[in-house]
Design a protein around this ligand. Structure first.
Ligand code: BGC
Length: 515
């Protein structure tokens, strides 16, 4: 395997010897099972809320309305309670993520992932055994806590163990497993929708599988060297660094991490420090990229794809089938990104995909506006065209705003605010997924096809943001971001103009050049 040779802006060579070792690959795949949990849940929620037997048991009024011959196409699924079922998970995830970030810093990335899997397991059991809506929601809350802990720890973990040169591709495995989780859930839903009346229990209980994978697999993985050194376990940190890099000569990288950790020790309140001017670039970009990820309209397409297809007059089976098809596109798109993200860079993918998603979502909106009236059904060939456009949209998302929404916030913060800053970004994801999930059915009911144009407008804004305000982070070692990325950016460098002080009034060492 090649050694990493990095050249910074001043032409100084920075060599962090490293191989892409099996340890790193195995740890990445196991940790990414956190993505499998998240994805499975997203896919299952959309599927079961389209199943008659599930609606009949827990949401009888939605069931009745759905089967009324003249029910309004845009409104027949609108129910506050049904929306609460989907979005209660995100409320718990917000709290889970906040506590998870403290756990990540104090106890490490690995135990945080283990706690995540236990919560998720309990949630899956509660849901599979649900006798009433209370049990169903309690289960959703546990699943949410699991996702909060997991989504906080996994991307950070991967970004910290990955050699800089492969960080993008490895981190994207998290999104790859999210999409595989969604696809698996679609397959499971398709099979269980025929098993009356308990099929939905199998679907919901299936969430236990990814949780068990993460729980059992996590016994084998290492803690990140950064987290070990951060918690004073320097010897173990050095040993782990040698092991995962596959070389003995890790002194430069070890020194770099130790320096960053040393500085971070002066910061006792990372959340408070996040509001300092010097943290503003990372905080704004990290939070915005996650908010924008949701403003692509992805959750609208994902959570309600089967519902959307039914709205267009495709039957229950045909809807699940089309959701299955469209969801096969995403893992393929993310696989493509894994191979190009460290070559083309993050920004190129974000800009290209924003344009692609703008066009496809706009076209879906036009078709629905022109051809789907309140109580009719869209003609078959238009329904097929919508499915194709959904695929184009999803492919764009899958190689850009989807995976990079997790990668970029996990790599841009310095160690002192990394866990806290990343949690703010992840919480933004949950808050905005919640808002989108909670409002989409109502929005569809009132704004109709206009809902899609609203997301188009957001995509235009996002394209400009990626072009002008987001710096490129490909190949830059994670602990050198401030010096080599933020202080060089035309806009964000202003946040470092004056003396750049941390909480303790200390200045970060100006040059931690590795000769
Ligand atoms: C997003 C989810 C989305 C999923 C689709 C994730 O990165 O956070 O909101 O549903 O990707 O693949």
């Amino acid at each position: 395997m090649p050694e990493l040779t990095l050249v910074d802006g001043s032409g100084v060579r920075r060599d962090f010897p490293a191989k892409l070792t099996w340890q790193v690959i195995v740890c990445t795949v196991i940790a990414a099972c956190g993505g499998l949990m998240f994805g499975y849940d997203i896919g299952i929620s959309g599927g079961v809320t389209g199943m008659d037997m599930f609606l009949e048991k827990f949401f009888p009024e939605v069931y009745v309305r759905k089967h009324q011959a003249k029910a309004n196409n845009y409104c027949k699924f609108s129910s506050q309670l049904l929306q609460l079922f989907t979005s209660s998970l995100y409320l718990a995830a917000i709290v889970g993520c906040f506590i998870g970030s403290i756990c990540c810093k104090k106890r490490g990335r690995k135990p945080t992932m283990q706690i995540a899997s236990v919560f998720f397991l309990v949630g899956a059991i509660l849901n599979a055994a649900a006798l009433n809506i209370g049990m169903l929601i309690a289960g959703r809350l546990c699943l949410g806590a699991g996702i909060g802990f997991g989504n906080q720890a996994v991307p950070l973990f991967i970004s910290e163990i990955a050699p800089a040169r492969y960080r993008g591709g490895l981190n994207l495995c998290f999104q790859l497993l999210i999409t595989i989780g969604i696809l698996t859930a679609n397959v499971v839903n398709y099979a269980t929708s025929k098993l009356h009346p308990y099929g939905w229990r199998i679907s919901l209980g299936g969430a236990a599988c990814p949780a068990l994978l993460l729980l059992l697999g996590s016994v084998m993985i290492v803690e990140t060297p950064t987290s070990l050194i951060e918690r004073g376990k320097n010897e173990e940190g050095l040993h782990t660094l040698k092991k995962i890099r596959g070389v003995d000569n890790v002194d430069k990288e070890y020194e770099e991490i130790s320096q960053a950790v040393e500085f971070s020790r002066q910061i006792r309140h990372p959340f408070k420090n996040l509001w300092k001017r010097s943290s503003r670039p990372q905080l704004v970009c990290g939070a915005l990229i996650q908010i924008f990820q949701q403003f692509t309209g992805i959750s609208v397409v994902m959570l309600y794809a089967p519902v959307l297809f039914q709205t267009m007059g495709l039957g229950e089976n045909a809807s699940l089938m089309s959701a299955l098809m469209t969801n096969t596109v995403k893992p393929i798109g993310t696989l493509f990104a894994i191979f190009v993200v460290d070559r083309f860079g993050r920004r190129a993918l974000l800009i290209e995909a924003a344009i692609q998603m703008f066009i496809s979502l706009g076209a879906i909106g036009v078709i629905l506006a022109v051809h789907l009236h309140s109580t009719n059904v869209v003609e078959k060939h238009y329904a097929v065209l919508v499915i194709v456009l959904v695929c184009v949209f999803l492919a764009g998302f899958a190689w850009s705003w989807g995976p990079l929404g997790w990668l970029i916030p996990s790599e841009i913060f310095p160690i002192e605010t990394r866990s806290a800053g990343f949690s703010v970004a992840v919480i933004m994801n949950f808050v905005f997924t919640f808002l989108v999930a909670q409002t989409f059915l109502t929005m569809l009911c009132h704004l109709r096809a206009g809902t899609f144009f609203l997301y188009c407008a957001m995509l235009a804004v996002m394209c400009l943001f990626a072009k002008y305000f987001l710096p490129e982070t490909k190949g830059v070692p994670i602990d050198e971001m401030v010096e080599r990325v933020w202080k060089q950016h035309w806009f964000w460098k202003r946040c470092y103009k004056d003396h750049d002080t941390g909480e303790g009034g200390l200045d970060k060492p100006k040059d931690n050049t590795i000769a």
